[in-house]
Design a protein around this ligand. Structure first.
Ligand code: BGC
Length: 514
């Protein structure tokens, strides 16, 4: 924090968690815990002025990422998605999505605007989900791609796709690979680093598309990998297909990130004479100066240099114990994978200082000491609990941790869950605020997906309030109906990926005829 900003008296910063909390009180806390909460609140509360300071640095990193190729911080990856869909895209595409827990395979039929079909009628889909074996996340490239290929083969067989497609006449395949990757073309993706706790050997620094393509060819599957996309770009594209007011595609889930369409002239690191650009632009009808490119920000990497984010000792611990310490600093404070873990680390800290769970069983305490034994859903359910005497929260502690909490422990947990989730939502608003200020976007829809956006009961409202504070909206606009609103994204990794695949096929067809 700069000294002048540090000295500024910020009224909000002086309010206590008690004044800010939206929660009903369940029990009085003993003085020792009340003091702890005040101490924690000082570390976790991000005031309006601090938000603005974060957004200003965020914007600098976004701009640096657009101009410099290799830099510390936000990479701003070029995606080779040159235009948003017209809504008329048609075709049948196979898509795969390598998520944090599952591999999803879909056959997507895009109907375009045929017969005036609107909304979901514009596409139909068949899909299967396969659980990723836990050990694969720390295994090697071979087992990863063998697993993916095996499931694609099973899908092809189960859905009788081998009767329509062959190695000579393959089915187009799109791949949603939601990790930071640099792309020389749309069907190429060199993994920069694994995120979200993945640690698979032999993929970083390599072209993931090539590795997968080789495996698919080895098995002689009747598919051709034509595009690799990020989930944020998929969310933006799928949502624009139905909602032209979409300005950003964002994921607030296990990881966090966003994509937007940047003007080519602003992407300093791109050579405007590059054949790949002139070729694409000449086919999408954009006139010189108007050409765009989807940028996958990868802003989970924000503030790697730790200049502005207010890190607590719990954040430092999560980072130190993660497979990639020093990376994804912003993501580790705000994304779903980590919120439950922050909560757990605070409880363990209080336990170590004999402030909580003196009556809990050894079995319960053992579970509590297990890393990542509490997920973000746990926090959402605590904040969502309106049952008398918070019986649902009691049951949750019992079923997840075999702990029977006291009234005071329930009260404490509710306050902590709120504190952590509020910080996460306010930080999530910073990324979008930085994109909008950089691009002078004043209104539109942020198409969001991910477990935090969709399942946390208060996330959207908190996010909108923080966005309004940063962008200086009138109070009435900060409740969720402001000029920039969050909408639920359409299925980015299925429909979005298929649309991008269809656009790529169209581009290839045009290139051939020229
Ligand atoms: C990844 C991004 C992804 C985000 C949301 C991050 O960890 O690096 O590529 O978009 O998670 O899934």
């Amino acid at each position: 924090m700069s000294t002048s900003a540090g000295r500024r008296i910020d009224e909000e910063a002086n309010t206590s968690w008690r004044q800010r909390s939206e929660l009903e009180k369940m029990a009085d806390l003993p003085q020792s815990l009340d003091d702890e909460l005040s101490r924690l609140d000082k570390q976790f509360w991000i005031s309006g002025s601090k938000l603005k300071e974060i957004v200003s640095r965020f914007r600098e990193e976004l701009e640096e990422g657009l101009t410099k190729d290799k830099q510390e911080g936000i990479p701003m990856n070029i995606t080779w998605v040159h235009n948003l869909p017209s809504g008329k895209e048609k075709g049948t595409i196979l898509t795969i999505d390598l998520g944090g827990t599952n591999l999803r395979v879909c056959k997507v039929d895009l109907h375009g605007d045929e017969g005036g079909k609107e909304g979901d009628g514009k596409h139909s889909m068949e899909q299967e989900q396969y659980k990723l074996p836990e050990e694969m996340k720390t295994g090697d490239a071979d087992s990863l791609w063998n697993f993916v290929t095996e499931k694609v083969a099973a899908f092809i067989q189960d859905h009788k796709l081998d009767q329509q497609y062959s190695v000579e006449k393959p089915m187009p395949l799109g791949f949603t690979f939601s990790y930071p990757a640099t792309q020389k073309r749309i069907d190429h993706a060199v993994l920069q680093t694994w995120t979200k706790g993945f640690d698979i050997k032999g993929v970083e620094g390599q072209d993931a598309a090539k590795q997968l393509r080789e495996k698919l060819q080895e098995r002689k599957l009747p598919v051709e990998l034509i595009c690799v996309i990020n989930d944020t770009v998929g969310a933006m594209v799928a949502s624009t297909y139905n909602d032209p007011e979409t300005i950003v595609g964002a994921i607030f889930g296990t990881g966090c990130n966003a994509a937007f369409m940047a003007s080519l002239s602003r992407i300093g690191k791109l050579d405007s004479n590059d054949d790949r650009i002139t070729d694409a632009s000449s086919h999408n009808g954009a006139t010189k100066g108007e050409e765009k490119m989807a940028i996958n920000c990868e802003y989970g990497a924000f503030d790697q240099a730790k200049r502005v984010l207010p890190l607590t000792k719990y954040d430092e611990q999560i980072d130190a114990e993660s497979p990639r310490p020093g990376e994804q600093t912003f993501e580790k404070l705000s994304a779903g994978l980590y919120l439950g873990e922050i909560f757990r680390l605070i409880l363990v800290d209080l336990l170590d200082r004999s402030l909580v769970f003196s009556q809990a069983s050894d079995q319960g305490l053992q579970k509590l000491r297990e890393p990542y034994s509490i997920d973000t859903g746990f926090l959402s359910q605590i904040e969502d609990d309106e049952s008398p005497k918070f019986t649902k929260t009691r049951e949750l502690f019992h079923s997840t941790l075999s702990i029977q909490p006291t009234d005071v422990e329930i009260e404490l947990s509710r306050r902590l869950a709120e504190m952590i989730a509020v910080r996460g939502a306010r930080l999530c608003a910073c990324g979008v605020a930085a994109i909008c200020t950089m691009e002078s976007i004043e209104k539109g829809h942020v198409a969001a997906d991910g477990s935090v956006a969709n399942k946390h009961p208060k996330f959207k409202r908190r996010w909108a309030k923080a966005l309004g504070e940063v962008l200086g909206w009138k109070e009435k606009d900060c409740g969720g109906d402001g000029p920039i609103t969050i909408t639920s994204a359409e299925d980015g990794s299925g429909v979005g990926c298929a649309i991008i695949g269809a656009m790529e096929l169209e581009r290839r067809a045009k290139t051939k005829t020229h």
